[in-house]
Ligand binder design. Structure first.
Ligand code: NAP
Length: 289
């Protein structure tokens, strides 16, 4: 195992808010230790007004790359030199690679979400109905994945309807046959849409610390046993949203597998090393909760 930091150590890290609750430093530094790599992964808490300067700073400090998390996945794009094709289509970036001062944005959330749905949720996306709560950066990755994998119908509920509208507008270009409905949370359709759905995803930040008593669906009667209920939040391990779903007899999955799988892909982009997903997930599960 290599523990020391020296003049050749490559710095990677994560930029966002609520960074003190992120498990990404733990995941990446475990991978680094296990494979004796000369890397170090650091948390960077960045306020909105400092985002541009923080991204430029990665160049100035020769940082090898960073993850981008809540709430900057969409906002960060304008500060990059290049954006990989699928991340550009999605309109959200969660990974930046610094190649000799050229910053390129990628989206590895898509792989993380897809793999976790298949491996951990045992869910076949094709010809199913999904309800997505939220229309931020993470929701964009989730919705893109589902459309790409042939979901039959997606209903997006969001507090700010314009953001859901923009997703529909953007993604209809790439998936013209797709059926995308958009609603605000206040609309009555939520009951019918969840009743018809096979998959219900919380892609809002409601339930994250410090307000862990928040849930995007206060009415517990809306959950049913035929749903796979997925919360992208991984801290706490069981949000109120997941506990509500569990009480209704639904199958649940939290955001940890997605976090680990997207992290492995990001790490590959920075280091060229491909880590075994299941093994990493088990290690992290044991130390994280
Ligand atoms: P974001 O771009 O800031 O989007 C936040 C979303 O939450 C928006 O839809 C926003 O609605 C909604 N929201 C926030 N406060 C709300 C409130 N008080 N009432 C109703 N809706 C509210 O953030 P993000 O990057 O998409 O992240 C969303 C969540 O996913 C976070 O909890 C993040 O940790 C998690 N995540 C997990 C993983 C993983 O690997 N497990 C990966 C990515 C993200 P408006 O549009 O109306 O503002």
């Amino acid at each position: 195992m290599k523990k020391e930091i020296n003049g050749k150590t490559k710095i990677i890290g994560i930029i966002g808010k609520n960074i003190e609750n992120s498990l990404s430093p733990l995941i990446h530094n475990q991978i680094i230790l296990k494979h004796s790599l000369n890397f170090c992964y650091l948390p960077f808490q960045v306020e909105d007004t400092n985002l541009a300067i923080a991204i430029q700073g990665t160049k100035a400090l020769n940082i090898r790359g960073v993850n981008i998390t809540f709430p900057y996945k969409v906002k960060v794009i304008k500060f990059l030199d290049e954006v990989e094709e699928s991340a550009r289509r999605i309109g959200a970036v969660n990974t930046i690679v610094n190649n000799k001062g050229i910053l390129t944005g990628y989206n590895t959330d898509v792989i993380g979400f897809k793999k976790s749905l298949q491996d951990n949720g045992k869910f076949v996306i094709k010809e199913k109905n999904a309800v997505i709560l939220g229309a931020g950066g993470a929701a964009r990755g989730v919705i893109y994945t589902l459309l790409e994998e042939g979901i039959e119908e997606i209903s997006i509920f969001n507090r700010t309807l314009e953001k859901a509208e923009k997703i529909k507008q953007d993604f209809s270009l790439f998936f013209p046959q797709s059926s995308i409905n958009i609603f605000s949370f206040e609309q009555d359709n939520i009951k019918d849409k969840i009743e018809e759905a096979h998959l219900l995803v919380n892609a809002t930040s409601l339930g994250m610390p410090p307000k862990i008593d928040n849930t995007p669906l206060p009415d517990e009667k809306l959950f049913h046993p035929d749903l796979l209920v997925y919360d992208l939040i991984y801290h706490p391990a069981r949000t109120l949203f997941l506990r509500q779903a569990e009480r209704a007899g639904a199958k649940i999955i939290n955001g940890l597998p997605m976090l680990v799988y997207q992290g492995i892909e990001s790490f590959f982009l920075w280091s060229g090393l491909k880590v075994e997903g299941k093994e990493a997930l088990e290690i992290i599960r044991q130390i994280a909760y």
